[in-house]
Design a protein around this ligand. Structure first.
Ligand code: SF4
Ligand code: SF4
Length: 307
């Protein structure tokens, strides 16, 4: 078994659902696209996306000596769902424990197993080299380059076996490996996600206009939800799954997560409308102490519930 095979097999043993490897390189097309996307102000108040432009488009600037990008997927599709007609939470935030913590632990385990077999020199310990949904890494593009799927019209990474309800974890390694071939985009003539998005946030050519996206409006945007978006929230108070739910690649292929730590919180599954309506600050910080929902903060979530 060569080094790349060892890494992929070990990633699966640790519990990741898929693993691929891409050569660390400059993302020229993304650099061009990102400039125009930022120029259009599609990032709204997320000014952190304007920083670290060079790092965002070249992993070799993030981690000195980085040669390869190991990309992992972890399926988070829940086995249970919220009651109908309650304020909706995006499925990625169903679990009691924040996914960042779960994936970082798994990446740490993978790194340690690689070090045990191939030595410390594989990683630049002086720089952050494990990434989960964290700037400045274009995770979906790396997953695509690592042969794990394609970026669909909903801007999600779609894996042909797992669909798009997957977290992406990245490990940057200072070793040359065998690289996977990207697979072809299989969206074809479908435009279900474009048609289903209630706010028209998905543009065909220019990317996602975050300012219109329910996910941005209910989590990232400081202050109140924009007047024109309020009537289109479709019941969501944290994130939005609409463009994932309608995708045919999720309808037929998605299975429930096998990761026990990602199982849904009983509160999210069982709460009724009144539980959300009566949620107070003390309960919020106690019940959702380790959850991704903390990101919005109590005041923002409460306001979303009351909108
Ligand atoms: S997450 Fe919701 S609002 Fe955002 S692009 Fe998808 S469907 Fe539209
Ligand atoms: S809904 Fe259709 S167009 Fe949108 S990402 Fe899925 S396959 Fe592609």
């Amino acid at each position: 078994m060569n080094k790349s095979e060892f890494i992929k097999n070990t990633a699966l043993e640790i519990g990741f659902d898929a693993c691929g490897i891409a050569k660390a390189d400059f993302l020229e097309e993304d650099a061009f696209f990102l400039k125009s996307w930022l120029g259009n102000n599609f990032h709204g108040e997320m000014s952190y996306l304007e920083r670290n432009f060079a790092k965002r488009t070249d992993p070799r600037i993030i981690v000195e000596g980085c040669k390869s990008v190991i990309v992992t997927l972890l399926n988070y599709y829940p086995s249970q769902f919220q009651n109908p007609n309650v304020p909706k939470i995006a499925k990625y935030a169903y679990s009691k424990i924040d996914y960042h913590v779960i994936i970082k632990e798994k990446l740490f385990l993978l790194e340690n197993k690689i070090i045990a077999k191939y030595g410390e020199a594989c990683f630049n310990k002086n720089q952050q080299h494990r990434f989960v949904d964290s700037a400045p890494v274009l995770e979906r593009r790396w997953a695509e380059r690592a042969g794990l799927g394609w970026i669909g019209r909903n801007k999600m990474l779609i894996n042909p076996m797992l669909g798009s309800f997957c977290f992406i974890g990245i490990l940057m390694i200072n070793a040359e490996l065998d690289y996977d071939e990207p697979i072809q985009n299989r969206c074809g003539t479908c435009r279900k996600c474009l048609d289903a998005c209630p706010t028209n946030a998905l543009t065909k050519e220019k990317g996602l206009d975050s300012r219109k996206c329910i996910s941005y409006q209910t989590i990232e945007k400081k202050g109140k939800i924009s007047e024109d978006i309020r009537p289109k929230l479709s019941g969501y108070i944290y994130g939005c799954d609409i463009c994932n739910d309608v995708c045919p690649w999720n309808k037929t292929r998605t299975k429930a997560t096998q990761t026990a730590e990602l199982e849904a919180s009983d509160k999210i599954i069982n709460w009724k409308f009144q539980n959300w309506e009566n949620l107070n600050e003390e309960e919020f910080y106690r019940i959702f102490k380790h959850s991704a929902i903390q990101r919005a903060g109590f005041n923002k979530l409460k306001e979303n519930i009351m909108t």
